[in-house]
Each structure stands twice: as C-alpha cells, then as structure tokens.
Design a protein around this ligand. Structure first.
Ligand code: SF4
Length: 278
C-alpha cells in the first residue's frame, strides 16, 4: 500500500481582524436583519454565501436604505463612504481591525512630523484606498512611483499590513538612497508574517502543496505563488475541487489556507484526501 503523508500547516485560518469582524457580524445578525456590507467581509465565496443565507446583503453604499444597519470591513473604509452613510442616517458598525487603525495613526503621525510618506502597498487594495482617504494630498506617494519622489527630504515609510515580508529588504535599499532622514514603521501584520512564513518553514518537506482559499483573495494568491517555489501546488476553494489525478506521483502533501480560509475548510480537504487516497 502506498503511504502518504498529509498535514495541515499552522498558523492558518482567518487573521485576528477578519475573525473579529465575522464574529461581530454573526452577533449583530442575532438582533437585526438585514445587515448590509459594502463588499464581502472576507475574500471567501463560501463564507459569504453562508452569511447571505443568514441575512447579510452585500450592496454598494448608494443602495443602502435610509437608516439601514451596515458593518464596515476589517480592512478599513474610505472617508467619503463613511460620510455618505452618515448622510443616510445609517446605523454603522465599524469592524476595522485595530492593526489597520494603527497603520492609519502612524501614517498621519509621520506626515505631522513633516515627513513625506512612502506607502509600500498595492494602491488598489481596499486597505490602501481607506488609508489614503485619511491623508492630505501631495504628502505621500506609493513605492511603485519611487522615481517621482523628490530626494533629500525627511521621509516616512509604511507598509500594507499584508505586504510580503521577503520583499522588504530590497525595497528599503531603494528607499535608503533617497534621504539621510528616514523613519520606517513596520506595519506588516504579524498574522500575515506567520501565514506567509509557514510555507518557507516547512514547504521544502513536501512535494505537493494544496492551497485552499477564495480565488478573489490576494493573500491566498501570494501563498500559492510561494508554494510553487517549493513544490508542485494547486489552488482550490473547496474539497470537491480536488482532482486526485493531479497528485500524480506525489506522496507528501501539505494543506495550507489563506487568511480568509476557515480552518473547517482545510479539515474538509484533509478528510477528502484521507478518504480518496488512503
Ligand atoms: S491581516 Fe492583520 S491587519 Fe489585516 S485585518 Fe488581519 S489581523 Fe488586521
């Protein structure tokens, strides 16, 4: 009989901020329905469908009715959207993660110190859009536009909370050439570091890595890209997406989930493998 090794990587599952927002939503649903969300609270279609069945309505802010109950994302919400909801008299519950609020505070602090702020982030990410809505125009730029940042002035540097830690040293090398007065605040979330780091720690021990998570989750995509550096890998949303043929000759299987993948989804995949190959 062929012997397979199958393991689930830890740490895994939703980060503290998303887990907190999910718990808050489920608590509010006990007392109020519907509860509006401006976009899915977690980048996981299965979890979002379950919430919709319980009374969550995902809707753009313009369509939230007067006085409706709205839960705002763990990743932060742009100021203009908060103002629009206020004008509608919405009952707003802000589930922003305390670590995202910390990022906002540090960004403003460095601008108040007279520093030009470099934001190392994806400008289109929801967290980044919320962040820049709190900042004065002309006082910041994104790292990707580093060529346009004037040299020789005091600089501040912050990172998207989910930024890939391994890229930081090269980025800082670029930034160090711009000024002698640079303050760097490491705003990369420990939950992100732990989850990204798990593949670096144990990925080499496996020859097949199964990444489980929503296809709309940026951090799950990064995990998948990282997994490919160590082994053959597939990216699935749920156990029924597994094609056992894809295992080929592989015998050592690691199952890993993104920050938006509940642990139950990983256990489902684990049990599925156990059932079909052992
Ligand atoms: S990744 Fe970190 S900062 Fe972002 S929501 Fe989760 S716990 Fe908060």
């Amino acid at each position: 009989m062929t012997v397979y090794k199958i393991a689930i990587a830890f740490p895994t599952g939703p980060c503290f901020g998303v887990d907190r927002a999910l718990k808050l939503t489920r608590e509010v649903l006990k007392y109020k329905k519907p509860v509006y969300m401006l976009h899915p609270i977690i980048h996981n279609p299965r979890v979002v469908s379950e919430l919709e069945r319980q009374g969550v309505v995902v809707s753009p802010p313009e369509n939230v009715p007067e006085g409706g109950t709205v839960i705002l994302s763990a990743h932060g919400t742009p100021q203009e959207i908060k103002s629009l909801l206020k004008d509608k008299g919405a009952d707003v519950i802000d589930a922003v993660c305390p670590l995202v609020e910390h990022l906002h505070r540090k960004a403003r602090e460095m601008i108040d110190e007279g520093r030009f702020l470099i934001i190392v982030a994806d400008p289109h990410h929801q967290e980044t859009r919320a962040l820049v809505s709190h900042l004065p125009e002309g006082k910041y730029a994104f790292y990707k536009d580093i060529g346009s940042i004037p040299q020789g002035q005091p600089l501040g540097v912050i990172f998207q909370t989910t930024y890939e830690y391994a890229k930081v040293p090269d980025i800082l090398k670029d930034i160090y050439s711009l000024s002698d007065d640079i303050r760097i605040v490491n705003t990369i979330c420990p939950a992100t570091r732990g989850r990204q780091g798990v593949i670096d720690k144990v990925g080499h021990k496996y020859d097949f890595i199964v990444v489980v998570g929503g296809k709309n989750s940026a951090n799950t995509r990064r995990l998948y890209e990282k997994a490919l550096r160590y082994a053959d890998a597939i990216w699935i949303e749920q156990a029924k997406d597994i094609n056992v043929e894809s295992l080929g000759y592989h015998r050592n299987i690691l199952i890993v989930g993104g920050a938006s993948t509940p642990i139950e989804h990983l256990i489902e995949v684990y049990l599925h493998f156990k059932k079909v190959i052992q």
